[in-house]
Design a protein around this ligand. Structure first.
Ligand code: PDD
Length: 280
């Protein structure tokens, strides 16, 4: 039996029901986090919760529970669903009220969470993936981790329809990020990635990679770069909680180029793995 959390309750998924007037349903009016679970433990939970708090402030949504309470809920759910390696997803919508663009500040936010077993990353991490370069059609507050993801889902479909596993986005020729990941490129052993502005989501994996790279004496340049810099990179990879560090082997779409799974990517993959919780 698969369990989920709805508000304070852990219940079988088959018993869950969403209110017709939930603003999440009408407007995508809510925020979320995806946390990877290793050896039964949620990884970097504190950083994810801090980002959830930031998203809630930016969207004027009051979080219904404290960080400690959410951690407790999530830990219990992971145990209840016997997840060793997987993902936990949690979201908070603004709450239930009759459909109106203007929200009232009086509704009670709705918290829901579910878990998923891990997908296998072995092949993609070793051999890399194909990506599709296309226009960034999203809004101008990509820093907020909102469930309103239409721009992201549209470009993900476009990438898949072109046999690519991820869409890499550019805004007027400046590379931003992936549809559900951040992008790094490497040139002469230096890492380049878009700065954490309103145009990208400041990924937790991105932050951990920058940290681990700098600790091991790699230079990291957080500056916007144009498409042709990607074209001439030595290596490139995407990062996210679910895919960790996944190399890019080829770019298609508005650019056509290939990359090796190079030594810097491999080294960072190894160093990132060292951060992860191990089975005791
Ligand atoms: N996506 N950029 C975007 C647009 C994302 O959706 C994600 C994560 C990231 C990477 O963030 P992090 O390293 O904190 O996972 C960057 C998650 C996994 C998702 O929506 O499923």
């Amino acid at each position: 039996m698969e369990y989920i959390i709805q508000n304070e309750k852990i219940i079988p998924k088959t018993e869950a029901s969403i209110h017709f007037d939930d603003r999440g349903y009408y407007f995508g009016d809510g925020i979320y986090e995806v946390v990877k679970v290793y050896a039964g433990q949620p990884f970097a939970m504190d950083l994810h919760l801090n980002r959830l708090i930031e998203s809630s402030k930016k969207l004027d949504i009051t979080l219904p529970y404290s960080k400690e309470k959410i951690t407790q809920f999530i830990t219990t759910l992971i145990e209840k669903n016997s997840i060793q390696d997987g993902l936990v997803y949690f979201q908070v919508t603004r709450g239930v009220e009759p459909r109106n663009h203007l929200y009232s500040r009086e509704s009670t936010p709705i918290f829901t969470a579910f878990t998923q077993p891990a997908q296998t990353l072995e092949d993609s991490q070793k051999n890399g993936i194909d990506v599709w370069l296309t226009d960034d059609i999203r809004w101008l507050r990509c820093d907020i981790k909102t469930i309103n993801l239409l721009g992201n889902v549209m470009v993900k479909r476009e990438a898949a329809d072109n046999k690519c596993q991820e869409a890499i986005l550019h805004r007027n020729g400046t590379i931003t990020e992936g549809s559900s990941s951040n992008l790094f490129l490497i040139k002469d052993k230096v890492l380049y990635t878009h700065p954490a502005t309103n145009l990208i989501l400041n990924g937790i994996t991105r932050q951990l990679i920058i940290d681990v790279a700098q600790k091991h004496d790699y230079s990291v340049v957080e500056e916007p770069f144009p498409v042709d810099v990607l074209e001439h990179a030595d290596e490139a990879f995407i990062s996210s909680s679910s895919v960790e560090i996944t190399p890019i082997k080829a770019v298609y779409g508005q650019l056509s180029t290939t990359f090796p799974v190079g030594p810097v990517t491999k080294d960072l993959q190894k160093k990132f793995k060292e951060l992860l919780p191990k089975v005791k």
